[in-house]
Design a protein around this ligand. Structure first.
Ligand code: PHE
Length: 452
């Protein structure tokens, strides 16, 4: 993602693949299902989809258009359009730096599970308590974390983005097909129907402001929004690529994979727990706890487990690479460090920040800010606090400082803007109001947690 590579996306496909590679990751397969399970199933799904086609579409369009208009990555783009807003570029830079370390800890868990299936140990992973006791260990999870972030580092250092793009083309369809196979199998398990209903049918009595907050944070996270990544990607997009269409494709792809992942996991939790709702609150371990149980019952389950974790690993890597790339390019822009030095610095700091996240499930489990584990705390700060703030500032920036019209014109350079009216209403009124309300309720909510 160096300046010399600018404009390197060959066309729409290249852009969509790269953006989708960043968007589709652990957020879809690991994070979405456990949030859906935790926040009431169908109601979470409904809120998420409504937000995706309104808020998600609006922000993604705005960010890509800002990038393409200025031809600069996030750190420069906001400032180039209005000097007062260069702070926003810096603020966006903090978010990937917070996410990368804990993302890599989870990436390490994926690597470990891949290794388990490689060595034929799928049955042990399916046992109750396996996951919790594994992540509670002090040393092993750290080694896998180091391996994951090490691989990310090497790819970033070699700059093999093109290779990653090529792999995406092959592996992403595989991921879709395999997800469908597993989802169909899960839905057909005896007793799974109740889980499918829980997952798909909205129960309005389960609706709370936290449902919207969680769905919004998830939306930003999953679509790699509100952290400058799409601005940077937009800056590589050619002026004649259909921006409106590209946004729609990324949206559909990202949401589709998340919905499928939910269908693989949520009904299965229901079945294996005998409909016990407290099993839905397992939180961040859900994918690692439930899927091995599903695989252990499926014909060719060990092989499927192996392929599944390989694909998850790949999806996680394309995302962690985009996270590290972003941090490295920002560091270089700001400090003038060489690519290697900037990458090494990013690696070192990320390792330091990742260690407490990993240890937070074992030796450091006594440290529980806001009642959360350290990893979940970092996740909360970036997704529920910083991203909404950046999203809000982006709306204000577009409406009052850049002009909605000029963003609309940027989109229209390459195509019709089918959802122009909706975009304008969203960015002027709905998005900012919705974000402010949610932020306030989330702050009140976390204060309550602290007081209690
Ligand atoms: N969108 C990625 C996912 O769903 C995570 C990510 C967030 C990647 C931010 C890059 C930047 O897993």
């Amino acid at each position: 993602m160096e300046t010399s590579n600018r404009g390197s996306f060959t066309g729409k496909l290249g852009f969509v693949l790269a953006a989708a590679g960043s968007a589709v990751g652990l957020g879809n397969i690991w994070r979405f299902p456990y949030l859906a399970a935790e926040y009431g199933g169908g109601i979470f799904l409904l809120v998420y989809i409504v937000l995706a086609v309104t808020l998600g579409f609006t922000l993604m369009t705005a960010e890509i258009a800002i990038g393409r208009k200025t031809g600069l990555s996030a750190i420069g783009a906001y400032g180039a359009l209005n000097a007062k807003f260069s702070f926003l570029g810096k603020l966006t830079a903090v978010i990937p730096a917070i996410i990368l370390p804990y993302y890599s800890v989870i990436g390490g868990w994926v690597l470990k599970y891949l290794f388990i299936y490689l060595s034929g140990g799928g049955a042990s992973a399916a046992q109750n308590g396996y996951f919790r006791s594994y992540i509670g260990q002090p040393v092993q999870p750290i080694l896998w974390f180091l391996l994951f972030i090490g691989i990310t580092f090497v790819v970033v250092l070699l700059g093999v983005e093109k290779g990653v793009e090529k792999c995406s083309k092959i592996m992403m369809p595989f991921l879709v097909v395999l997800s469908i196979v597993i989802a169909v199998y899960v839905v057909c398990l005896p007793g799974a129907m109740d889980g499918v209903i829980y997952y798909l049918k909205p129960d309005f009595s389960k609706f709370t402001p936290m449902t919207v907050l969680a769905a919004m944070g998830q939306l930003f996270y999953s679509m790699s929004l509100a952290m400058g990544i799409m601005v940077t990607y937009g800056s590589y997009m050619k002026k004649d690529v259909n921006l409106d269409h590209a946004v729609r494709q990324i949206e559909i792809f990202d949401t589709g994979i998340a919905l499928l992942a939910g269908l693989m996991i949520v009904p299965a939790v229901y079945t294996f727990s005998g409909g016990n709702e407290s099993a839905m609150q397992e939180g961040s371990g859900l994918m690692f706890i439930t899927l091995p149980k599903v695989f252990s019952q499926m014909p060719f389950g060990s092989l499927l487990g192996l392929v599944f974790f390989l694909l998850v690993l790949f999806a996680a890597l394309t995302s962690s690479i985009s996270l590290m790339e972003t941090v490295v390019s920002i560091l270089r822009d700001k400090t003038g460090l060489s690519r290697n030095k900037a990458a090494m610095l990013t690696l070192g700091v990320s390792i330091l920040l990742g260690l407490p996240s990993s240890l937070g499930f074992g030796p450091l489990s006594g440290i529980a800010p806001l009642g959360l584990s350290i990893l979940d705390f970092f996740d909360f700060i970036s997704n529920a606090v910083l991203m909404p703030i950046v999203a809000l500032l982006t709306c204000i920036f577009v409406v009052w400082f850049v002009g909605t019209k000029s963003i609309v014109e940027e989109v229209k350079l390459s195509s019709q803007f089918k959802r122009e009216k909706m975009f304008c209403v969203m960015i002027k009124y709905f998005a900012p109001i919705c974000i402010v309300l949610i932020l306030i309720s989330s702050i009140l909510d976390s204060l309550e947690i602290v007081i209690i």
